[in-house]
Design a protein around this ligand. Structure first.
Ligand code: EPU
Length: 419
């Protein structure tokens, strides 16, 4: 297992280009199951999760070629309609093949994801929606089995807006007979990007980016060429990195509209952020100011930026209150930040962050993807040397992070952990 060694205390300076969005690429790759032929997807980040999605596709009998950031994926002649436990356990987003397989092949066998580091994360709403569309759903030996002659349009209300749930049902509905109406659907830009890709494939979708999405089913969909949107969470992480180190960084390949809440909250902490045609220019203050925060579904502040924001607030002047409302256990980074000298207490879903003047390097452990990013940020600011273990988590979602950070002047190296 690899680890990062970071020598902190250097302001980041320079330019960085954001990669394509992991959470848009994953459902778009899954959506190619709905078509025959070969689709070409551009700006697909080279990440562990994308590789896992590739293994799912090849395991079913498709082909998957990732060259640079261009991905050719062919789902012609799939013969096994399954997402096995070994792949689902390393990536919950594997569940995204459930809707497309059921819609196109009338059968799917997908391992039920267990809980994970950030919460229980059930998929009951995905299953409820498919059942409403006429699928017969059973659970056998830890697998969800869905069967349907042809899915039919339905009215579906989500008790909670769910990102991958909305995506799964949008894909299923694209090939169903009749019209599906998704209410209280997720509005995240990644859901919209999947909808745009499906539309290019020939799907009929309206209401993307709003809580009510309507999909009129069609008989068939065709392969596409499609460019994935930039990763707003990676962009937000680099804004926070420039901010926490008091640096000056130009961030390219961003869609500022996708980052409104993040930009506004980060500005509240005293980070200067200006937007122009080339991207975003960030200048960090010597020391950030405190600010309160609540995570919410889009367009609210994303839970995927909560850990990074907490790292920033850990060195702020004053006390900040952070409420996590999306996942019940997404404070695993707190104990690690404390090892570096942060003063943070947790009660239920609320964290109280009393800003300290300095963090100190320490050995710490990454527990999930965004927690790892927050430890990297803290380490960049800290005095001395931080060793971050188990960074395989960060490789799931940040493309070439150490290369990008080195390009900005950070002292970061990757080491193999002794067995
Ligand atoms: N939920 C249910 N039942 C369901 C589905 C969801 O109760 O059937 C609950 C969840 O437990 C959670 C809430 O609804 O409390 C929202 O979860 P959602 O389904 O929206 O999360 P997700 O689709 O599993 C995606 C991203 C996550 C991101 C969340 C929230 C992908 C592949 N994953 O997960 O990304 O945190 O939306 O925005 O798109 C990450 O990239 O680090 C990451 C975890």
């Amino acid at each position: 297992m690899d680890r990062f060694i970071i020598e902190g205390g250097r302001p980041l300076e320079g330019r960085v280009r954001v990669s394509g969005a992991k959470n848009a690429a994953l459902p778009i790759i899954a959506s190619t199951i709905l078509t025959g032929g070969t689709s070409v997807l551009m700006d697909v980040p080279r990440l562990r999760d994308v590789k896992t999605m590739g293994r799912l596709i090849t395991n079913m009998g498709g082909t998957f070629e990732h060259s640079g950031n261009t991905l050719s994926v062919s789902t012609e002649g799939l013969s096994l309609f399954e997402a096995p436990y070994d792949l689902v356990r390393t990536m919950r987003a594997s569940v995204l093949v459930l809707g497309p397989l059921t819609a196109r092949y009338g059968t799917a066998r997908v391992s039920l994801p267990g809980g994970c580091a950030i919460g229980a994360r059930p998929i009951n709403l995905h299953l409820m929606g498919l059942a409403k569309m006429g699928a017969d759903i059973t659970l056998e030996a830890g697998y969800v089995i869905a069967r349907a002659r042809r899915l039919r349009g339905a009215q579906i209300y989500f008790d909670i807006p769910t990102v991958t749930g909305t995506e799964n049902l949008m894909m299923a509905a694209a090939l169903a007979s009749g019209t599906t109406r998704l209410e209280n659907a997720a509005c995240e830009p990644e859901v919209v990007d999947l909808g745009e890709a499906l539309t290019r494939m020939g799907a009929r979708i309206s209401g993307l980016g709003t809580p009510v999405i309507e999909i009129e089913g069609v008989e068939e969909l065709r392969p596409v060429e499609y460019r994935v949107i930039p990763d707003r969470i990676e962009a937000g992480t680099f804004i926070a990195a420039a901010g926490i180190t008091g640096g000056r960084v130009r961030i390219e390949n961003v869609i500022p509209d996708h980052l409104e809440a993040v930009i506004m909250k980060l500005q509240e902490t005293g980070i200067s952020i200006s937007v122009d045609e080339e991207g975003i220019l960030v200048e960090g203050p010597e020391r950030p100011r405190s600010s309160d925060l609540k995570t919410l579904p889009y367009p609210g502040f994303p839970t995927d930026m909560q850990a990074q924001f907490m790292a920033l607030l850990s060195v702020a002047r004053g006390t900040s209150i952070i409420r996590e409302t999306i996942f019940e256990n997404r404070f695993m980074h707190v104990a690690e930040l404390r090892r570096m000298g942060a003063d943070i207490s947790i009660e239920g879903s609320t964290a109280t962050v009393r800003g300290v003047e300095t963090l100190k390097g320490a050995p710490v452990m990454a527990t999930d993807l965004r927690a790892s990013a927050s430890l990297v940020l803290a380490a960049l600011r800290a005095e001395g040397r931080t060793q971050i273990n188990r960074i395989y988590h960060i490789d799931r979602g940040y493309e070439e992070i150490e290369k990008k950070l080195r390009g900005l002047g950070a002292l970061i190296t990757r080491e193999r952990e002794e067995p």
